[in-house]
Design a protein around this ligand. Structure first.
Ligand SMILES: N[C@@H](CCC(=O)N[C@@H](CS)C(=O)NCC(=O)O)C(=O)O
Length: 362
């Protein structure tokens, strides 16, 4: 039986678990301890991050997107990606936006508000601190400070950007609630990778954390219901058709991805190529300063471009006019010949993985 190491409050662990549950792939959940997180598991996977998976043959893997792709090769039915190439590409775009762009608002809502940060620091320190010899109050305080420092203060959240950071979540709720009044999942009657990708931020952070959870329950109960619909879905019972084409109500989300997430990825790529460890970006008119440049995110843009280039002619003919109209195509293709230099990326989710942030202060 495969073993999933992670935490029951973790963004990417929640995403992977939602996928495994929907696909009815059995697994043992193992709550990751501090020592495993910092030392034992990075020695196997190359990255200090969760989740990590240990297979019965002794191999280890990490990084949710390539892990899901690998599971799809082992458990192909029913596929998590739509057969329609244009829809499949939109799923990939939504997954990447959920993984990388929504990370900042998810961390900000968790760690900037004491109503959430005190509870989460306790939950994380209790789970991960089991093998760390220090008083409980000290472990909780260290957890709270570490997360706020690395993922809020050092990730561009300031009094000037705060409203924009929160707006990313609030705008998304407004878009999604209209969609879920119409159908149960983003592309129809069953989940696809778009739903699974959005579960990263939406489930363990926005729905479960006290602060953003109140907002979701009060402002967008349709979205709260969808979160738990995905969590409860299973391939053998949650069956039904997907819509055809790209539904019009997904277009505002595509526009958001083009103007926010793809702009941010382009700023990463420009900085990476210029060798700048930190960079700034103007996103939807808000200026972010002093962001850590992420080689991993440059790779994300490189992979999205490669997936777009690999689409067949009918898929391109259906998709490109929509991407163009919603301002996605230009930022997607702005940088040609992009090479993130992530050599091990071809072996992902095996081999030595690349963490999203190179520098984390403990
Ligand atoms: N690209 C990875 C990202 C995994 C990730 O960043 N996980 C978070 C927790 S949900 C983490 O471990 N961050 C490192 C840290 O907190 O130091 C994935 O998709 O699995």
């Amino acid at each position: 039986m495969l073993k999933v190491y992670g935490l029951k409050v973790s963004y990417f662990t929640g995403k992977l678990e939602a996928y495994l549950r929907y696909k009815e792939i059995p697994y043992d959940f193992h709550s990751m301890t501090g020592r495993e997180f910092m030392r034992d598991i990075p020695a196997k996977t190359g990255a200090m991050q969760m989740p990590a998976v240990e297979l019965d043959d002794g191999r280890w893997m990490t990084d949710s997107s390539p892990m899901i792709d690998w599971f799809e090769t082992q458990y192909p039915d029913p596929p998590i990606l739509p057969a329609d190439g244009a829809q499949a590409f939109v799923c990939r775009l939504i997954e990447d936006y959920a993984d990388e762009w929504l990370w900042r608002p998810a961390m900000h809502y968790r760690w900037s508000y004491p109503v959430s940060s005190k509870l989460l620091a306790r939950q994380i320190a209790d789970a991960m601190g089991a093998d760390i010899n220090a008083p409980g109050w000290m472990k909780r305080r260290r957890t709270e400070r570490r997360q706020k420092l690395n993922f809020v203060d050092r990730d561009g959240v300031t009094p000037q950007t705060r409203a924009h950071v929160e707006g990313a979540y609030l705008r998304l709720l407004d878009m999604l609630k209209l969609i879920f009044r119409d159908r149960p999942f983003l592309f129809g009657a069953r989940p696809t990778l778009a739903d699974i990708g959005l579960m990263g931020p939406m489930f363990r952070h926005f729905a479960m954390d006290p602060g953003p959870g109140i907002i979701m329950r009060e402002e967008a109960p349709e979205v709260m219901a969808w979160v738990y619909r995905v969590w409860a879905a299973s391939a053998s019972r949650t069956t039904g058709d997907l819509v055809s084409g790209i539904p019009d109500d997904l277009r505002p989300l595509l526009r958001e991805i083009g103007t926010a997430h793809l702009e941010a990825l382009n700023a990463e790529a420009v900085a990476w190529q210029a060798g700048q460890k930190r960079h700034g970006a103007i996103i939807q008119g808000t200026e972010y300063r002093d962001l850590q440049t992420s080689q991993y995110r440059v790779w994300c843009l490189e992979v999205l471009q490669a997936r777009h280039a690999a689409l067949d002619a009918p898929a391109r003919a259906a998709l490109d006019p929509i991407l163009e109209a919603e301002g996605v195509l230009e930022p997607l293709l702005r940088q040609s010949g992009l090479d993130a230099g992530y050599e091990q990326g071809k072996a992902a989710p095996f081999g030595k993985s690349l963490p999203v942030f190179e520098e984390i202060r403990n």
